[in-house]
Design a binder for this molecule. Sequence first.
Ligand SMILES: Cc1cc2nc3c(=O)[nH]c(=O)nc-3n(C[C@H](O)[C@H](O)[C@H](O)COP(=O)(O)OP(=O)(O)OC[C@H]3O[C@@H](n4cnc5c(N)ncnc54)[C@H](O)[C@@H]3O)c2cc1C
Length: 551
Amino acid sequence: MTEQRVLVVGAGPTGLTLARQLHRHGVDVTIVDAAPGPAEQSRALAVQARTLEVLGPRLANALVAQGQPLRRAEICSGSDVVATLDLGGTPTPYPFALGLSQSALERTLIEDLRVRGVHVLRDTSLTVLEQLERGARATLSHDGATRTEDFAWVVGADGVHSTVRRLAGISTAGGGQDRWWLLADTRLSGPGVPAHDTGRVFLNPDGVLAYLPLEQGWWRIIATGSTEPGRPELSLADFERLNERSPRPVSIDEQRWMSAFRIREHVADTYRVHRVLLAGDAAHAHSPLGGQGMNTGMQDACNLAWKLAMTLRGDAGPALLDSYEAERRPVAQRLVSSTSRGTRAMLASSPWAVWLRNRAIATALSFDGVSDRARHALEMLSLSYEDSAIVAQLRGDERTHGEGPDGRRRRELRGAASAGQPVRVTEPPVAEIIDRPAHTLLLFDGREKTRDGYQRMRSVVAEVASDPYIEAFVVLADTAALGRAGDLAQCAIVDVDRSFTRTFDADTECAVVIRPDGYIGYRSDPIVPQHLRDWWAGIRSGTHGIPSDGS
Ligand SMILES: Cc1cc2nc3c(=O)[nH]c(=O)nc-3n(C[C@H](O)[C@H](O)[C@H](O)COP(=O)(O)OP(=O)(O)OC[C@H]3O[C@@H](n4cnc5c(N)ncnc54)[C@H](O)[C@@H]3O)c2cc1C
């Protein structure tokens, strides 16, 4: 069915994740890449906790098995340790940043796709793109020959110099920084090498030097270079010299990759024009400070895939797809500005500015609240969509939805398990249940266990039974409730260890809908079938009021 196919241009981390997620949602996906094979370059080095969560336990565990958890970050200035950030203790099964080279991550994603029967078409470049009334026509060039194919949607995951972005006429606001950053993947020895679960960053007046752990005993060295216009020619001797920024000796025993890059900072003006979408570096680029770039692209993919799958089949209105940009573009904008500020602070060189910066870091991180926020931000656990027009919440007689007049009320009601928040998947039974391509509807009987409550659950379960996009479970507080639940027992989870109750703060009767990308899309306390019905109908028909071009 040509008209239902999606073309993903680019098989970097974003395109591979998108192809995987689209395939999970049953979409016929074609993925092409101009390069002859997977990237050999190491590039990004950290997979953050939230990315592992949204990929689901099976793939996350495969990545964790290969990588090196980074559990502590030390910020130093010369021989002084300015501050230490402990990455443990966050509410996630992955309380660390996973040190894993981008090439190893891509190989794992490619293998996962291969097992699903999806193969990257290599050496295949998109060269021409034409919008059609109900799709887009792509000209693909392979081995000197070109062919033209029609797709329902085309997604540009083709990196920072995106051809798709250019051909779709999407401009980007932003620029770049002059300074070169130098990278090398090495094996290190000597008294100055940190413990292998620790990253160390020197913010010295003569430049930055960082040692960050990678898989299998490798270390990434990152250091600031010059602002000369030409790309520097790099040799091992350059990195041996840069190691002198560490007060204690560090030697390079082996090196497998080195590179230089300059920071680009931009966000695409829009993430969609008619049938063409952008994701990953094609949509945004920023300083690699904090290792968020690749992760942001992969999370774009998880946000987009389910929305595109429903839209493609005509099972959702265009407003659902519009929520992709509404939810994800502000994330990129915030990242560009925060990483830009952070990078400039790192580069301070005057003694006064260095002193001020170091004091500010040390003082801020000495407060538990600030270091908690820094930890959560680094692991990307604090991201939420509570202002999104497609999430809704109802508590008692308080109705909250989108940016409307109720927005303030919703914020007052906000809690860890509110609409728009990521699900804290620390409990394995919860992780198992929500790892599905459909929305997961959990109906909690809570303390009340009333006859009316079970009746409300029964009516909701019956209504969604034939809907392929939502799967309902009744969460019973104990086995004694099984009798009262009657025929609901067939879709019941008995929460014997209270893992569901804890995760969703669900001691009383409530309904929680978890989106396929692991965020709470809907919550009501207690269950109000009509409210839930209206919200779901809004998702299906796109009446949530975001402006759309109607395509
Ligand atoms: C030297 C370097 C170091 C970095 N270090 C870090 C880091 O430490 N942490 C971090 O988070 N990020 C880092 N990044 C950024 C990170 O690599 C990117 O954010 C990430 O690769 C983005 O993934 P993507 O899939 O969106 O794009 P890319 O990885 O750029 O993939 C785009 C793909 O599209 C293909 N393509 C391009 N044009 C076409 C076309 N016309 N037709 C078909 N295919 C096409 C390309 O061949 C490529 O495979 C680094 C980047 C560089 C260059």
